[in-house]
Ligand binder design. Structure first.
Ligand code: ADP
Ligand code: MG
Length: 289
């Protein structure tokens, strides 16, 4: 039987927009020492727009955007949605694609106009030793924007820089958690300069950038060597990390896989509700001792 205080707290939690799926995890929340947050869609809104376009070859900027959007129209990633949205705003007509494939944590590829093209991360270029010597591209990376490259085969055709918006609630949530003595860490597949800029803006203690989807759970494990860890995420990529963490927390608006992998769901998509989880867990289980 579930003790009365726990039952009462669970319904109290539900009223404040917290769905507790695993009571053992909820109990552990009171002793959490570190919280790892996914960046895109968790601390930020995950709503991108294309802020800058650079052509590196013969295409004009609208063509760079149009080809990228055509490929990205097959993907549900927040970056893909941002590229497609911006091309729609410019009323560009998308080209037909075939042989679409996602390259997990790195980008996407498809055949467009008979050519294999990709939209990929700076990390992918590095891995393939593809060099882009362009001051404008360097500058965008330095500005803390999310940068992706359009390639034909291995040949760079253009650069897109996207900007995301930090959730207003994130700063407040991090401040409160830090005041409670909890270490706040950010985990992202995005590039180093974006990670640094967002961390500084929000007040995050430490970050891991360029983390590939299959390495997120490993990072959680690493942090668990020192601390008892909660993980907060929204994406398909976050699911194994949510399972690995002592307490897995999903943003309610996140992907089904993340929500199903979590112990607790933030129905209101508000990171400040993480503070309430810890406080409510403390209150509930203190009463029982
Ligand atoms: P996050 O951890 O911030 O949620 P992801 O692991 O989903 O990020 O993605 C990591 C990186 O992989 C992105 O910053 C981007 O560079 C690249 N990427 C992933 N999906 C796409 C896509 N559909 N189009 C372009 N780039 C992508
Ligand atoms: Mg995410």
């Amino acid at each position: 039987a579930v003790p009365l205080v726990v039952a009462v707290s669970t319904s109290l939690a539900a009223k404040s927009g917290l769905l507790i799926r695993d009571r053992t995890a909820f109990e552990k929340a009171r002793n959490i020492q570190a919280i790892i947050f996914d960046k895109t869609g968790t601390l930020t809104k995950g709503v991108f727009g294309v802020a800058d376009i650079i052509s590196l070859g013969d295409l004009n900027e609208n063509e760079v955007l149009r080809y990228s959007a055509s490929i990205e129209s097959n993907s549900e990633h927040p970056i893909a949605q941002g590229v497609v949205k911006t091309s729609k705003e410019k009323e560009l007509e998308l080209a037909k694609t075939s042989e679409f494939k996602a390259i997990a944590g790195k980008g996407v590829e498809a055949k467009v106009d008979g050519k294999m093209m990709k939209v990929v991360s700076p990390g992918y270029l590095k891995e393939k030793n593809i060099e882009v010597r362009d001051d404008r591209a360097e500058k965008l990376l330095g500005q803390g924007k999310t940068v992706v490259y359009l390639l034909e085969g291995d040949r760079p055709l253009g650069v897109l820089a996207l900007a995301d918006i930090v959730r207003d609630e994130s700063k407040d949530a991090i401040k409160k958690l830090k005041d409670m003595g909890i270490k706040c860490i950010m985990l992202t597949g995005d590039n180093e300069s974006v990670a640094k800029a967002v961390s500084e803006e929000i007040g995050i203690d430490e970050y891991f950038a360029n983390v590939l989807p299959d390495k997120k759970a490993e990072k959680v494990k690493e942090v668990q060597k020192k601390y008892s860890v909660a993980m907060v995420g929204d994406g398909i990529n976050d699911a194994p990390a949510l399972v690995q963490a002592d307490v897995g927390i999903a943003i309610g608006a996140g992907t089904d896989v993340a929500v199903e992998s979590a112990d607790i769901i933030l129905v209101k998509n508000d990171p400040r509700d993480v503070v309430d989880i810890v406080n409510l867990s403390k209150k509930t289980y203190r009463k029982m001792l």
